[in-house]
Every structure is written in structure tokens, then in C-alpha cells.
Design a protein around this ligand. Sequence first.
Ligand SMILES: [Zn+2]
Length: 392
Amino acid sequence: MILEQKKKAFEFIDFHKNEMLALWEELVNTESGARDKESVDNLAVKLKNIIENIGMNTKIVEYKNAGNSIVAEFGTDRRKKGIVFSGHMDTVFKKDTAKNNPFRIENGKAYGPGVLDMKGGIVIALYAIKALNSVGYNERPIKLIISGDEETGHSNNPAGAELFINEAKGFTAAFNFETGFTDNGIIVGRKGVAQYTLEVEGVSAHAGNAPEKGRSAIEEIAHKVLDIQNLTNWEEGINFNAGTIQGGTVSNAIPDYAKVEIDVRYTKVSKKAEITKSLEEIAAKTYVEGTKTKLTVKNFMYPMETTDGVMNLFELAKNTSIEIGFGEVYPKTTGGGSDASNTVIAGVPTICAVGVKGEWNHTSREYAEVESLFERTKFVIACVMNLKDDLV
Ligand SMILES: [Zn+2]
């Protein structure tokens, strides 16, 4: 029965290839730069109409300081626990990027801003749902969560991250259609990101006339940069990086200001408080009497933890991929964040990067393999049909 259903669903995809490509083109050419709320909101309205046409109950979640998000549901009366399809519709690109780099296909590769990250993934999610519907799949409800401010790490809008945690709770599995990898890796873990600025205020003075009256902000921050770097703990999967440094005005003045920007990557959700605390302790110390230090949290993204549930879902995906002839997938971890972290926090086994496969996302060279659009849609359909409730 399932075999027959899979075959029919795959035929549905083969039959709708041109339609899928047309939607991909439309989504790529409809720009949605993360820092341009108006364009993201415009795409959200367009997508809402498309998703409603599939028969899903769809709502736009509005935000003041960030692009709006979409939540859509289907089959809420189905008896088994539901599945989450997730991702984002914003891109990192500036306005008018698509004018010079519009969607196009050359030698089996599709190009354009967001073609890989992750407008192809949205097409996959929608056509997986359409194909499942077309073959009468009615086992589990499906919920679609599409963020409009993922590329900024929800930094202006913590509610954008919480949306995933709240909406995913109680579901049995989640698939995130982020940027797929050409080597068939499936993401089972992502590092969390925490970013801070540390600013030191000193006292300026002429370096020749009255150096003893000065309090060097650079001297103070130099000590602190070393303290920060020393917090790195490879065994615990936490690394600190003082990535930029600024300070002073001219060489013959004692500098009264210095600043470092700090990026922290970590693997355990529970470490969040500890990381901030360790930096606060450094900020509170004084090496150069008379200087003052201020620490500001800029951005916080949780890690995607590799839980047992995540690995069980991965195993199912691996077996499914082999079963349907798409070769072996392997478990991959990466430093970059995604909302898969939030569905895992919700207690939902999640695999990430099941979108179209390609390279160079976030650059003008971004491309995706066209064939992977159809392959990955079939892969997800088969995973959904093979799902059991024993993942956790
Ligand atoms: Zn992305």
C-alpha cells in the first residue's frame, strides 16, 4: 500500500516539474531581503495565497521590527502526531539584486538570489504536501512554519524564534528545508551563535605633555581580549572570537575609547547563561584603573542539539534514501545556525538542510542543482510515509 502510494506521489512530482520550476522562478525573482521588511511582507502575502490554494489553513504572523512569518496547517483532525515543515523566505540580499542576477538555469544549475537559501526549499515543502494530498495521504497533520527574519538570526525579534518553539510543540518530527549539501550530508547539529560588543571608556591625554593623566582604553581592552580568547573550550564545544577591534584616534594621544566585537559558537543550549556570565565577569574586571567597560548582547541564536530523537529521525531518512535509490546520506554538523535549533528545543526530532542542494549561498555565485528539487521532494514524501512515532 505504502509502496504504491509512494510510486504515485513520485509520478505526481514528475508530472509537475515545470510547475515547480515556475514557482521557484517566481519566488527567487520576488525579492525578500531580510533587512527590507516591506519586500518580505510582500512575499508573505504572495505565499499565503499559494499555500491557501493547496487547501491549508494559513495565517501571517505580523511583527513590527522584522519580516512577517507564515504558519499554515493541514489535516488537523488526523489521528496521529503531526509533522512540521519549516524554513524561511527572507534572503541576505540587498534590494534589486535579482535585477542583475535573475533566476535562470544553465547546465542543470539554477541561479539567483536565494535560489538555494532557501526558496527551492519552499517549493519542495509545498509540492511534497501537494503530492501527499494527491495520493490520499491522511495519517498525520502537517504544519508549515516559514520565517521572515531568519537571516538576521531573529536579532530584532526574539518572537520570530519563539514562534518555532511554540508552534512545533507536541509534533512527532520536523524537516527544515534549509540549504542542502551537494555531498548528501544531512544536518543533525548546528552550533549556536552569541554575539556581543565590549566597549571600554578611558581618559584621553596628550602622549607627550601629560601621559600620566591618561587612562588607556586600548591597554585595558588588550588584557580583556586575551581573557576572552582564553575562554575557548574545545572539549566543551565553545569557542570565543574577538573578531573586530577599534580604538584610539591618533598615535600621540592616550586613547579614551576601544571596542571589540565578539562572536561565540557553542553546542549546548544549557550553556547560554554561562557564556554571558563569563563575559560579564571579564567586563567587571579592571586592569587599568579609571577605565570603564560595557558589555552589550547583540545577537543570540541557540544551537541545534544532536539529540537521540534527531539521530533516530536521521536513521529513518538514511534508510529511506537508500530504499528509494537516492544513495546514502550522512550526518553532518555545521557552525551556522537555523531554526532547526528551535524545533529541537520544542522537543521535536528534526533534520535540517533537506532543501535543494548547491553551493555558495549568501554570495552572487549561489546556485542549486535543478534535479535536486525533484529528488528532495520525493525524499521528503517517502520520509513522511515511513515515519513512526518511536523517534524519541
Ligand atoms: Zn537559510
